[in-house]
Design a protein around this ligand. Structure first.
Ligand SMILES: [Fe+2]
Length: 244
């Protein structure tokens, strides 16, 4: 199974698009459409909007629909659960859902903490996740905005509101051998980490002006997204894509 993973578009409307973020978004979708092997799913891991206006979500929904793929989204710290629900029909009070695809269980988690940019994971969300993991018989891939793991190549390596919710989350997922990967946004740079036996990674922002870190020359001036190939044996590979 192949997943196109995009993140941190930070769409701003009606500000003049000086930063070119709408254009970056459209370039990425165009590039996904041109992939020789058609992805099975398009995932946005949050910070869809920058200013939290309904029109920003409407733009993102329209652009993502043009890929002609099933779509899954989760909120980032810049997003509103309510506006996300209006545009993408995500659940409330927490935008969490599970999908069975290609022999994998895909879990989309809501790590918002109201009132801060950092991640959180409360008892209600933990209980939902525990129920999902207890039922999962397939390999599991988790998508969430905030990484719960330490990012050693980030000047701000820990991005949860407190150690306690991160530990609670990490301890839970570590108890399930079939959890294989945690795919995040938020950091605006590519990082790798781990939660026990589980690989963790963050993908850089798709909007060029929000990108941090250093990249090969081939990515100069080109928005980045990634393809995640989930294999039948529970392994996976990721490949960065230069859109444009
Ligand atoms: Fe962001």
């Amino acid at each position: 199974m192949l997943i196109a993973h995009i993140t941190d578009s930070h769409i701003e409307i009606p500000e003049i698009d000086e930063a070119g973020r709408l254009n970056d978004f459209e370039r990425v979708i165009d590039h996904i459409k041109q992939q020789e092997i058609r992805p099975d799913l398009l995932v946005h891991t949050g910070d869809i909007s920058h200013c939290d206006h309904a029109r920003e979500y409407a733009f993102a929904k329209s652009a993502m629909d043009k890929a002609g793929l099933p779509v899954a989204v989760i909120p980032g710290n810049k997003d509103s659960r309510e506006l996300l629900a209006q545009a993408f029909s995500t659940p409330l009070p927490f935008a969490q859902k599970s999908l069975e695809m290609g022999g994998w269980t895909l879990l989309f988690l809501d790590t918002l903490h109201t009132g801060s940019n950092l991640g959180d994971y409360c008892d209600e969300r933990i209980n939902w996740l525990e129920g999902q993991l207890s039922q999962a018989r397939n390999p599991v891939a988790i998508f969430m905005h905030h990484p719960s793991f330490i990012m050693s190549n980030n000047p701000y390596p820990f991005q949860f509101i407190d150690q306690a919710p991160a530990d609670r989350f990490n301890n839970l997922v570590c108890g399930f051998d079939n959890v294989k990967g945690i795919f995040c946004g938020h950091a605006h740079r590519n990082t790798i980490g781990a939660v026990g036996h589980i690989a963790g990674m963050t993908l850089t922002a798709m909007s060029l002006d929000r990108r941090k870190g250093t990249y090969d020359d081939k990515f100069d001036g080109k928005p980045i997204y990634q393809l995640i190939e989930l294999n039948d044996d529970g392994g996976f590979q990721t490949t960065l894509q230069a859109a444009g």
